[in-house]
Design a binder for this molecule. Structure first.
Ligand code: PLP
Length: 401
């Protein structure tokens, strides 16, 4: 059998990871599929974001918040013992060390600052496991905004601690009782609520999903991961650029932010999805939550519920830009099982003294597998974004020991 390289078009593809095309498109994906009142609200967000992003004052304020409040820059850590075992050179971009425990703070500080600049007094957010909700509540408290977080009733039962953390930070947590009572329904409910509150509230989307300009704007707020890593790699690696850039993909924000920093290089991008939430690897074209992208669907086009040991990967779709990068062959999307991810989490804990979030453990699980089967050639340099820390997953991990 002829060997077919999975790397169809490694290397930069002109025009990718910049601004989306007309009407917020990434190839055939993206767009702004929303009721008229939200289309207008999205237009206002886009206009405000464009102005803010071009304003050195806004950039400076955000950089200061990220440094003083979120702990940026995060380190780039060589995983020395694990690298020796795997035969590759693995570097970890440590978003687990950011305030509130993951990369989500980068995005919410950007959007909260934008909301304040737009004169909004309240953030609306959806949350699944509660990580984005906690980050949004944190940013709101810091900037003197109110926060209303929509959360599925079932997720509230499963994630009691995060519900408490949000309330502790002064946020209102609204239980969502429709549908499967999880993230998908919370997102729909948050958008519905925004329809009646666009005048005084900003909808703070948690990943590179939703109507234009969110996929683009959230990627730009997460770009700090990739930009920092690029500079750190330039200082640490002989070649200046890693051979592979790897990140886990739920909606795809930590991956998009990381990839963006290396878009003009020959680094090969790998997005790692959960087996039960593989929007990019196995989704079909559809429209959900305001954008056209790839979603898990049954034969009738109904959205299928995602399932993953990692709550942050429990989303039945993927951001539109990832769908486009997949079509172009610029990035490759692979899946790992719950068991592989759990095994990878334990292995990182015991070789490097880092307990990763189960989401991040998916990315590592692929690195371990690929180093074993030659997909990652011996001696390759690998930059992997460690999107979050494992504290929230302790009770799940406890069952595995
Ligand atoms: C939310 C979350 C993810 C998934 O979100 P993306 O938008 O795909 O980055 C991954 N890791 C952690 C730790 C998270 O909290």
């Amino acid at each position: 059998m002829r060997y077919v390289s999975p790397w169809r078009a490694a290397g930069p593809v002109a025009g990718t990871m910049g601004e989306p095309g007309a009407r917020g498109r990434f190839g055939p994906y993206g767009g702004r599929y929303a009721p008229e009142s939200l289309v207008e609200a999205c237009r206002e967000v886009e206009e405000a974001f464009r102005a803010a992003w071009a304003d050195p004052g806004f950039r400076g304020d955000l950089a200061e918040l990220l440094a003083l409040h979120a702990g940026r820059p995060t380190p780039l850590t060589p995983a020395r013992r694990l690298s020796r075992e795997l035969g590759v050179r693995l570097w970890l971009k440590r978003e687990d060390l950011a305030h509130t425990g993951s990369h989500k703070i980068n995005n919410v500080l950007g959007q909260a600052l934008l909301a304040a600049r737009m004169g909004r007094r309240r953030l609306i957010a959806e949350t699944g496991a509660g990580q984005h909700g906690v980050a949004a509540a944190t940013a709101a408290a810091l900037l003197g905004l109110e926060a209303t977080v929509f959360m599925g009733e079932r997720d509230m039962e499963r994630q009691g601690l995060n519900v408490f953390r949000m309330r502790l930070l002064g946020a209102e947590v609204v239980p969502v009782t429709t549908g499967s009572r999880t993230l998908k329904d919370a997102t729909s409910e948050a958008m519905r609520h925004w329809v009646g509150a666009t005048g005084d509230s900003h909808y703070c989307v948690g990943s590179v999903i939703g109507p234009d300009p969110y996929p683009w704007m959230v990627r730009e707020f997460q770009r700090v991961i990739g930009d920092e890593a690029r500079a750190q790699c330039a200082a640490e690696l002989r070649t200046g650029v890693p051979d592979h850039v790897v990140a886990c993909v739920g909606g795809g924000s930590n991956a998009a932010g990381t990839f963006a920093g290396f878009a003009d290089t020959a680094a090969r991008f790998v997005g790692v999805e959960a087996e039960g939430g593989a929007g990019a690897a196995r989704g079909k074209l559809g429209v959900l939550h305001g954008c056209r992208s790839l979603f898990l669907q049954d034969d009738d086009g109904q959205i299928v519920e995602a399932h993953s040991i990692a709550a942050g990967l429990d989303y039945p779709g993927v951001g539109p830009e990832h769908a486009h990068l997949r079509d172009l062959g610029r990035a490759r999307y692979v899946t790992v099982t719950d068991e592989e991810a759990a095994g990878a989490a334990l292995r990182l804990a015991r070789t490097e003294g880092i307990v990763p979030a189960l989401e991040s453990a998916h990315a590592l699980a692929w690195v371990i597998r690929a180093a074993g089967d030659g997909d990652l050639p011996a001696g390759s340099t690998v930059l992997m974004t460690l999107s979050g820390r494992g504290d929230k997953d302790i009770s799940t991990l406890k069952e595995l020991l």
